[in-house]
Ligand binder design. Structure first.
Ligand code: SAM
Length: 212
């Protein structure tokens, strides 16, 4: 998701107490930041934040961190947080490529990836958030029973993700090519902005859950 640059968005984020400014300094201490020992779940590429904010409101016993690369996109989530604050949610503006500098071994219990950018050119495959390079990063920060949950309407990216998970030795505990017609996996499903848009066009939504 690329929105046109919004002047002042970087400054707003830099001055917001909902955004963690130097997240590498909190490595190994995220529960202290939240003031509770609740599990940490993160979303990478949260966009405008509809998914993670709904999750956080529903699950006060879990601490959530939303990660987004672009200030202009994250700003939308921040504006919603100002209107409806959630104590168990924080944001980080960063490229997730350096995620291992932010979280310690076993510090994260779940990673959500929703409608991640497909990066269709082969030479950009390692930028895909389900590539073996990213899975290796997730392996470093996820708890032993931790899981990655991935949704997309992009069948090629989904096929790629299944192959990468298998190649990296991850176990698939759930796979569907039509989430909205899978009664058990769809139970409690929270739609993202992209999910609403693409399912309204009739695109089936794919989902996988992977563990090591
Ligand atoms: N998850 C949202 C949804 O489903 O509505 C947004 C989907 S949008 C296609 C993908 C988002 O991921 C964009 O906002 C993009 O900036 C962000 N993103 C892509 N690569 C990223 C990375 N390496 N680190 C952090 N955010 C990233």
């Amino acid at each position: 998701m690329r929105l046109r640059n919004i002047p002042g968005s970087r400054e707003t984020i830099a001055n917001s107490s909902w955004c963690v400014q130097q997240p590498e300094q909190t490595k190994g201490h995220w529960q202290e930041l939240f003031g509770s020992n609740h599990p940490i779940h993160i979303e990478i590429g949260m966009g405008k934040g509809q998914f993670i904010m709904t999750l956080a409101a529903r699950n006060p016993h879990i601490n959530y961190i939303g990660i987004e690369k672009y200030s202009s996109v994250l700003l939308r989530g921040l504006q919603k947080m100002e209107e409806q604050p959630l104590d168990n949610l924080r944001f980080i503006r960063m490229d997730a490529e350096t995620i291992v500098e932010i979280f310690d071994k076993y510090e994260v219990e779940r990673i959500y990836l929703n409608f991640s950018d497909p990066w269709p050119k082969d030479r950009h495959a390692k930028r895909r958030l389900t590539s073996r390079e990213f899975l290796a990063r997730y392996h470093q920060i996820l708890a032993p029973e931790g899981q990655v949950e991935f949704k997309t309407d992009n069948a090629s990216l989904f096929d790629f993700s299944l192959e990468e998970a298998a190649q990296a030795g991850w176990r698939l505990t759930a796979v569907t090519r039509d989430l909205h017609h899978d009664a058990s996996l769809n139970e409690g499903n929270i739609m993202t902005e992209y999910e609403e848009r693409f399912s309204a066009l009739g695109n089936p939504i794919h989902k996988l859950i992977a563990m090591r």
